[in-house]
Design a binder for this molecule. Structure first.
Ligand code: 5GP
Ligand code: ZN
Length: 118
């Protein structure tokens, strides 16, 4: 049997996470290894393994993920200072969990371009 997807398990409530928002389509929770003072992951309830696999019918869902990032940036106090929202796609980009997730990070200044350490 294939190993269950950890983010599907979190979305279904079968695995613990510090959830900061959930609705019919998405769940947002704190990253277990935060890379900034505020670091949450916004995931769709629908399992999509990578941004290479998104389809035209996912457009509204992806828009909803970005609107959720904007809402959480305000609710969690990083809207004014600025924040980064990122999808890592594939190995070179650093993707390690194969269920798409929008990283929302803020609370410190971040370097650009994102060379190692940034
Ligand atoms: P990626 O490297 O795929 O873009 O991001 C995966 C993120 O998921 C990492 O920042 C990692 O710390 C986080 N992560 C991995 N496993 C878990 C987990 O079980 N719970 C939580 N809350 N975050 C996780
Ligand atoms: Zn999944």
């Amino acid at each position: 049997m294939n190993k269950p997807c950890i983010f599907c398990e979190i979305a279904a409530g079968r695995m613990n996470a510090e959830i900061v928002h959930e609705d019919e389509h998405v769940v947002a929770f704190r990253d277990i290894h935060p890379q900034a003072p505020m670091h949450v992951l916004i995931i769709p309830r629908k399992h999509i393994s990578s941004m290479l696999e998104i389809a035209p019918e996912d457009a509204e869902l992806l828009g909803h993920m970005h609107l959720t990032a904007r809402k959480l940036a305000r609710d969690l106090g990083i809207a004014e200072g600025g924040y980064r929202s990122i999808f890592n796609c594939g190995t070179d980009a650093g993707q390690t969990v194969w269920h798409i997730h929008l990283h929302l990070m803020g609370g410190r200044s971040m370097g650009w371009p994102p060379w190692p350490g940034n």
